[in-house]
Design a protein around this ligand. Structure first.
Ligand code: ATP
Length: 235
């Protein structure tokens, strides 16, 4: 990470009701970096993304985005700073058309991709514009969920399990898309349980265990660090 990260998270703690889920997350991400959160089910990865997005009301610590402290901000205020969230459940409305789904989130900042630019990244979306959300395959839903966030102008993308349940050929397409987005300068924080996918797209990886960051590894060192990481990941 560079000297002034785009986002710096320090000692982030979070609770759902009385359940203390995050016990001090420290991570940073430089502009243009692709970084993953890896770890077992229930480790707190989704909660970390939701906390950064301002969607977990009880949270403490420090989250600086573009130099601004956002720990007490609403999701809306955080979105205005250029942060976009693609949730694991994708949030595609079955009864709306693809076009309506695409245009649902408001443009919040300049620099959002045009529809044409989105179709270049995801040709399937153009072909399915008039279809209802319910008619899309899982892969098409995922592309639509990602595409519409790019339209808002978000520059820091928080993506949860993009590849879950998708066929290998679609997983490859999504990998190619993330590499294209990286080329265009997007910053991406990715929760992933597909280890090989993570290895194919990311610059660095953080390991999450029981609500803490317990390790960090550069992608180039990932392969030879596997014996060390294996106890957290079980790969
Ligand atoms: P997964 O891959 O299973 O989503 P994760 O690392 O993303 O794993 P989280 O979803 O962040 O993990 O969950 C962390 C812990 O918080 C788990 O013990 C989970 O049961 C609990 N949890 C998640 N959401 C809620 C909620 N809305 N209310 C109460 N507890 C929750």
């Amino acid at each position: 990470a560079s000297a002034t990260p785009l986002m710096a998270v320090k000692n982030l703690e979070a609770w759902y009701g009385e359940s203390h889920i995050l016990h001090g997350i420290d991570l940073d991400i430089a502009e243009g970096e692709v970084v993953t959160l890896l770890g077992r089910n229930g480790a707190g990865k989704t909660t970390a993304l939701r906390s950064i997005m301002g969607m977990v009301s009880r949270r403490t610590g420090s989250i600086r985005i573009g130099g601004k402290q956002t720990i007490g901000h609403t999701s809306r205020q955080i979105a205005r700073l250029g942060v976009g969230y693609v949730p694991e459940e994708r949030g595609i409305y079955a009864s709306l058309t693809v076009k309506e789904n695409l245009h649902l989130p408001p443009r919040i900042r300049p620099g959002g991709l045009s529809d044409e630019q989105i179709f270049e990244l995801f040709p399937n979306i153009r072909e399915r514009l008039a279809s209802h959300g319910s008619k899309l395959s899982g892969g098409e839903q995922q592309m639509l969920a990602l595409g519409r966030i790019l339209r808002t102008g978000a520059q820091l993308l928080l993506c949860d399990e993009l590849t879950e349940g998708l066929a290998p050929v679609i997983v490859q397409q999504i990998g190619a898309t993330l590499r294209a987005l990286r080329q265009r300068g997007f910053t991406i924080l990715l929760v992933e349980s597909n280890f090989r996918f993570a290895q194919g797209v990311a610059d660095r990886h953080y390991i999450v265990e029981q609500g803490r960051i317990v390790d960090m590894v550069d992608n180039d060192d990932l392969e030879h660090s596997l014996p060390r990481l294996n106890r957290y990941l079980g790969v």
